[in-house]
Design a binder for this molecule. Structure first.
Ligand code: ATP
Length: 365
C-alpha cells in the first residue's frame, strides 16, 4: 500500500460535486503534485487528506491507517497554506516553536528542533526577527519551518508560492526541491502552475472537474497525454489541436485536415484502423513544426503551406501563429528566421511526434 492513498474519494458540497471518485496515491518520500485549472478540486482533496474537510464517500489511508474518522491533529501531517499565517507579534523562533510548546515538548528538544529546521532552511540568522521584518520568501520559509519542526509523516502544500513574484517563485522552487531531498518525506503539493508541477514533481496528478485525468511522471505526461484535456493543458505554448478525418486508401491511413493531408506513420496507422472514416483531433506541439529549409532536422518531413499571422521573437526561438484554411497552427521556429506577417511559407510537421485523439471521447488513439 502507498504511503498516502485516496480510494474512490467523493466530496459533495450540497449539490456541487467537487471531487468525483478520485484515486490518488503518494509513495514514501515521493513528491506528488495535484495540478489543474481553478475549481477542479485540488484544494478539496488536500483538505480531505488533512482532515479539514469530511469525506462524502471513499477512504483515505496514511501510512496504512484509515484516517477517515481521525482528527487532523492525530493524522501526523503538516499543511503549508498559501497565506503563511505567521503570528506577527512573535519572533521567527517563537513562530516555529509554538506548535511544539503546545504539545508540551521539553524546552531543550524544542530548541534543538527549531535550530535544526532553521539550518535546513538557511534562516538561522533570522530567528530573532519578527515576520514584518522578513521578505515574502523568508516568511514562506518560516511557514515551512513551522511544519518541519513537527517532523510529520506527510507534508501538504496548498499553492505555497502563489503570493511571491515571478523571480522569487523560481528561487523558492529550487529551494523546495532541495528541501524535499533533505527531509526525505512524502509531499503532496497543489498548484495550477504547470512549471512548478513539471519541475518539482516525481509524479503529477492532472485533475479536471473533480476527476483525475492522468497521473504519471512529468515527461511521461508531456510526451504521452492520455486525452485531449491533458494535451491542451500541459505545455507552453499549448499543443496545436486540429480537427481531422481518418481516411484509408489501399492500406494507407491519411489524416485529412482543412488544407492538409498527412500520411500516418505505420504504428499510428495500425491504431487508426478501427477509426476509419471517423473524426479525430490531431495534436502536434509547436516545437515539432519547423520552417522548411531552416533546420537540417526537419528535412525530408511532410510539408504544409501556412500563412504567417503573428510573429513573436522571444530570444531563444520565434513563436509564430499561422493558418491554412480553418486550421490554426502555432510554431516555435529557429530564431534566425526572417519570417514576416503575411508570408506564405512551407513548414514541416514531425509525424513521429503527432498525437491523435478520438473526437467524441477525447481519449488518445
Ligand atoms: P483553485 O485552484 O481555484 O483553488 P481548486 O482546484 O483547489 O481551485 P477547490 O477549491 O477544491 O478547487 O473547489 C472545487 C469545487 O468545489 C469548486 O467548484 C468550488 O466552488 C467548490 N467548493 C469548494 N469549497 C466549497 C464549499 N465550502 N462550499 C461549496 N462549494 C465549495
Amino acid at each position: 500500500m502507498a504511503h498516502v492513498e485516496l480510494r474512490g474519494v467523493v466530496k459533495k458540497f450540497g449539490d456541487v460535486l467537487a471531487v468525483d471518485r478520485v484515486d490518488i496515491s503518494a509513495e514514501q518520500k515521493e513528491f506528488v503534485v495535484l495540478l489543474g485549472p481553478s475549481g477542479c478540486g485540488k484544494t478539496t482533496c488536500l483538505r480531505m487528506i488533512a482532515g479539514l474537510e469530511t469525506i462524502t464517500e471513499g477512504e483515505i489511508y496514511i501510512a496504512g491507517r484509515k484516517v477517515n474518522d481521525i482528527l487532523p491533529k492525530d493524522r501526523d501531517i503538516a499543511m503549508v497554506f498559501q497565506n503563511y499565517a505567521l503570528y506577527p507579534h512573535m519572533s521567527v523562533y517563537k513562530n516555529m516553536a509554538l506548535g511544539l510548546q503546545l504539545q508540551k515538548f521539553p524546552k531543550d528538544e524544542i530548541k534543538e528542533r527549531v535550530e535544526a529546521a532553521a539550518e535546513i532552511l538557511e534562516i538561522t540568522e533570522l530567528l530573532n526577527r519578527k515576520p514584518m521584518a522578513l521578505s515574502g520568501g523568508q516568511r514562506q520559509r518560516v511557514a515551512i519551518g513551522r511544519t518541519i519542526v513537527r517532523d510529520p509523516q506527510v507534508f501538504l502544500f496548498d499553492e505555497p508560492l502563489s503570493n511571491l513574484d515571478a523571480k522569487l517563485r523560481s528561487q523558492m522552487r529550487i529551494e523546495l526541491a532541495k528541501l524535499h531531498r533533505k527531509i526525505g518525506k512524502s509531499i503532496i503539493y497543489v498548484t495550477h502552475d504547470q512549471i512548478e508541477a513539471m519541475t518539482l514533481a516525481d509524479r503529477i496528478v492532472i485533475m479536471n472537474k473533480g476527476k483525475v485525468m492522468q497521473m504519471g511522471k512529468p515527461m511521461e505526461i508531456y510526451n504521452n497525454p492520455a486525452n485531449l484535456f491533458v494535451a491542451g493543458f500541459i505545455g507552453s505554448p499549448t499543443m496545436n489541436l486540429l480537427d481531422v478525418k481518418i481516411m484509408e486508401d489501399g492500406g494507407k491511413i491519411t489524416l485529412a485536415g482543412d488544407c492538409f493531408m498527412l500520411e500516418a506513420p505505420p504504428d499510428l496507422a495500425s491504431r487508426c484502423m478501427p477509426y476509419k472514416e471517423k473524426k479525430a483531433v490531431l495534436g502536434i506541439r509547436p516545437n515539432h513544426i519547423c520552417q522548411a529549409g531552416m533546420d537540417l532536422e526537419c528535412e525530408g518531413k511532410p510539408q504544409v503551406e501556412l500563412e504567417v499571422e503573428v510573429v513573436e521573437p522571444v530570444g531563444s526561438e520565434i513563436v509564430i501563429d499561422t493558418s491554412c484554411g480553418k486550421d490554426q497552427f502555432t510554431a516555435c521556429i529557429d530564431p534566425r528566421s526572417t519570417v514576416k506577417v503575411g508570408d506564405k511559407l512551407m513548414f514541416t510537421i514531425d509525424l513521429s511526434q503527432i498525437h491523435l485523439f478520438d473526437a467524441e471521447s477525447g481519449k488518445g488513439i
